[in-house]
Design a protein around this ligand. Structure first.
Ligand SMILES: NC(=O)c1ccc[n+]([C@@H]2O[C@H](COP(=O)([O-])OP(=O)(O)OC[C@H]3O[C@@H](n4cnc5c(N)ncnc54)[C@H](O)[C@@H]3O)[C@@H](O)[C@H]2O)c1
Length: 388
């Protein structure tokens, strides 16, 4: 599909049908100045090694700029992945450089809100690694700004893209588990060793790890109405590659209770002090990280919600329990920016949406507040649900 024209592309995807024509993304697709979405990546550290192959694999996307304040990293990634992009040491220089349509933000978590605001103000669409901002208010202001300028903002994680998420969502909506009562998600490892920001204020295991389970459980069960949480710091000091010995300032251990509609309660636990024989990789694990219980059945997701190995379904009519939906269908957790980029070119709205990411950001902030005050915290945000 190299060098395909917009007209040809739209013709080929006509089968995508009326939904595409009604999509709010259609106007973006029509107005795009080129046949491919021009992407600029900011932050060329660890996760860029996952994003670059995804973005470069797409015929509908061109990576035109790479930026990092550690400038040698931008140059090294350009060479390593044969990107053939321009490289920059600063966002302002990148904005003044070669034109692009969407910025992909892969920097330290604490910088996301500031950088995303600069890009949106300059008229760029944004895909942001989590969290899209440091606070719910900052995230909401970003979304309002993007809307006022007719731009799109998207936030990781992309867990709702997996076939296993779709399968679980459909199973719940079809009533196969009866009346849902409770759910649990967990995600932890022994903590990143390369960068201090994971442990500094605004970091922590909730925005880095728990965020996946929060997105999955709210995506499956609906928006949370309130949050209660306890968080703690288990390892007070760490040694990391970029800053040596540091004091840990952000929680590295967290438990959250989420109250959903219809009296459903879910629980998320995450942390940077979770030993697991499998390490961080979930490729072969048959352990489950997400479980949901209803009056007529239960479901367990094998692997992680970011690396999905199948779903065990156990209901009054499915006995013995069966392992189903084992095909990942090409899903990879790092696909989010590519998927939304391609959606913009095609003019078709993807399942992932920014209101959901913003809701999860509000949950994280509410959990911090709940832990600090001992109070149950009410939430104000919501998103379109069910996400089938
Ligand atoms: N590493 C992973 O496997 C992984 C997986 C999923 C999500 N993430 C998320 O991706 C983000 C980045 O994580 P990472 O592990 O790649 O961190 P990292 O420390 O390896 O890379 C971050 C990079 O951003 C650069 N940077 C910081 N501020 C900048 C600025 N103002 N302008 C330009 N560049 C700037 C740093 O110099 C660094 O090279 C985080 O939000 C993290 O939660 C990481």
């Amino acid at each position: 599909m190299n060098n395909i024209s917009r007209a040809q592309f739209l013709q080929q995807t006509a089968a995508a049908g009326a939904a595409a024509l009604l999509s709010s993304l259609e106007s973006f697709a029509k107005e795009m100045p080129t046949n491919r979405l021009r992407v600029a990546i900011i932050g060329c550290g660890s996760v860029s090694n996952r994003y670059l192959p995804q973005l470069l694999s797409s015929q509908l996307i061109q990576v035109v700029s790479l930026c990092d304040i550690k400038y040698d990293r931008a140059i090294a990634q350009n060479k390593q992945y044969n990107v053939n992009a321009e490289t920059y040491p600063h966002i302002e220089k990148m904005l003044a450089g070669v034109p692009f349509d969407m910025m992909v933000t892969l920097t330290d978590m604490q910088m996301h809100g500031t950088l995303n605001k600069i890009a949106i103000t300059a008229g760029k669409h944004v895909w942001s690694e989590k969290p899209m901002a440091n606070t719910y208010a900052e995230g909401k202001a970003l979304l309002d700004l993007a809307k006022s300028k007719g731009l799109r903002l998207w936030g990781a994680p992309a867990v709702v893209n997996s076939p296993q998420f779709a399968f679980m969502s459909k199973t719940i909506q079809e009533g196969k588990l009866g009346r849902i009562s409770s759910a649990h998600g967990q995600y932890g490892h022994t903590g990143p060793i390369w960068s201090a920001f994971f442990y500094e204020k605004g970091g922590g295991s909730m925005p880095d790890l728990g965020v996946y389970n929060m997105a999955t459980l709210t995506g499956l069960l609906g928006p949370a109405k309130s949050v209660m949480a306890m968080t703690s710091i288990v390892t007070a000091e760490r040694t990391v590659d970029d800053k040596g010995k540091i004091k840990v300032e952000a929680e590295d251990n967290a438990h959250l209770l989420l109250e959903h509609d219809k009296n459903i309660i879910s629980h998320v636990m995450c942390g940077f002090n979770f030993f697991d024989t499998h390490g961080h990789e979930a490729g072969t694990t048959s352990l489950h990280s997400i479980q949901l219980f209803g009056t007529e059945g239960n479901m367990r997701l094998l692997g992680y919600d970011w690396e999905t190995n199948g779903v065990v379904l156990d209901t009054v009519s499915i006995q013995p329990p069966q392992l189903l939906c084992t095909d990942k269908g090409g899903y990879e957790w790092q696909e989010g920016a590519r998927v939304v980029g391609e959606s913009m070119v095609k003019g078709i709205e993807p399942r992932i949406n920014v209101e959901h990411a913003l809701h999860v950001l509000e949950i994280i902030e509410a959990a911090r507040k709940s832990s600090a005050t001992g109070m149950k915290i009410k939430l104000q945000s919501t998103f379109k649900w069910p996400m089938l």
